[in-house]
Design a protein around this ligand. Structure first.
Ligand code: G3P
Ligand code: CA
Length: 367
């Protein structure tokens, strides 16, 4: 546990003898750790916006997450050829845009091969209508890739609720210096003070899967809360087995992921210790989901793992959970916040439901 000296207990102890005082301490609970870092507890982190209800990482998705009252808008930052920070999860644009018809000869190229003007020509909404006809809306067609500036405008744009920004440096090796660029943008937009603090009234968390990027984020923005994302496999926590999914002969990837474990306790603890040493406020572990599916990964929210992390004075934000059965499971295991595509549902689970339905909010925003 993290210990801080209790002033009241110390005064009492002083009457008994100063020498005893040094031994009087109490653990900071996870809720106290969160309060000290200005992080809601438990936290609702809208994963790529309200991405169950609208195309991920688009204006519709982030507006809906904001209007629902999510604590944070989550995004994966990448950088265009002309140096603009944008939100996109995948390493190319094929799954979530019409790049294959718009720029067929470059369809598998990374974001860094496109200017912002080119990216803005893409339709980042129609794929959702095809993939999820029951949630489709005609107005999703033609939604655009969003810049960080545009997402900041959304975060600042409602008098009712101002969510924080939960920003991941995605594949940072492809974008050298992105940590510095991010600092400059946050300064320019007034989210960081001249002294490098998060500006009053704002909330920021920086996140990455990669140790070198965490080190750079810590160097650039030492006073901004940071989370080290956890995974088992190459470049992350050393696995118990080196057998790949393909070698396993398994058909169900979620079932295979669920069997993946850290090599031993030390392999897990080493990543938590690294996060602590870099001044992070917590970790972001994966979760194995009851129904499986393509977001079900390794179970890195086992109670002993969360206890170890809390004992180091760090918080735990689990990704990516969309089912009340799993909200309960991971909360019972001790996590302090959840990345979800279904912010409306998680807010309901936490007992702070949105005043209006997703449908009403989307319609109100013109979708
Ligand atoms: O950033 C937390 C969570 O989003 C990690 O998974 O792959 O969706 O970025 P991913
Ligand atoms: Ca992410």
């Amino acid at each position: 546990m993290t210990f801080k000296l209790s002033r009241a207990a110390c005064s009492l102890t002083l009457t008994l003898g100063a020498a005893l005082c040094a031994g009087v301490a109490h653990a900071q609970s996870p809720a106290e750790l969160a309060r000290a870092a200005n992080i809601p507890h438990p936290a609702v982190i809208a994963h790529r916006g309200a991405s169950f209800d609208a195309p991920e990482s688009t204006r519709a998705s982030y507006l809906t997450a904001r209007d629902l009252g999510a604590d944070y808008l989550e995004m994966d930052l990448q950088r265009t050829k002309d140096g603009v920070l944008i939100a996109l999860h995948d390493e190319n644009l094929q799954r979530t845009t019409d790049i294959a018809t718009r720029f067929p000869e470059r369809k598998d190229k990374p974001v860094s091969e496109f200017t912002l003007a080119e990216l803005k020509q893409l339709d980042a909404g129609s794929w959702f209508n095809s993939a999820y006809p029951d949630r489709a809306r005609p107005k999703f067609k033609g939604l655009q890739v969003q810049t960080l500036d545009e997402i900041i405008d959304i975060a600042e744009g409602s008098p009712q609720h101002k969510p924080g920004l939960y920003m991941e440096t995605k594949v940072p090796g492809l974008f050298p210096g992105i940590e510095h660029d991010l600092k400059l943008k946050l300064e320019q937009r007034g989210w960081l003070t001249a002294g490098g603090e998060v500006a009053p009234g704002k909330r920021i968390i920086l996140q990455t899967f990669e140790k070198p990027s965490l080190q750079l984020l810590a160097k650039e923005m030492p006073k901004v809360p940071k989370i080290l994302l956890l995974w088992v496999g190459e470049g992350s926590i050393t696995p118990a087995s080196n057998q790949t999914f393909a070698q396993s002969g398994e058909k169900d990837k979620a079932a295979w992921y669920a069997r993946q474990q850290p090599k031993d306790k030390a392999a897990f603890e080493q990543w938590v210790d690294f996060a602590k040493a870099q001044g992070a406020v917590g970790t972001g572990p994966s979760a194995a989901l009851t129904q499986g599916g393509d977001q079900s990964y390794m179970d890195l929210v086992q109670p002993w793992m969360n206890r170890y992390t809390h004992d180091k004075g760090l918080l735990v934000h689990a990704y990516t959970v969309d089912d009340p059965v799993d909200y309960k499971k991971v909360m019972d295991a001790g996590v302090d916040g959840i990345f979800t595509n279904r912010a409306a549902q998680l807010l309901q689970f936490y007992g702070r439901p949105a005043k209006r339905s997703v449908g009403e909010l989307l319609t109100q925003e013109g979708y």
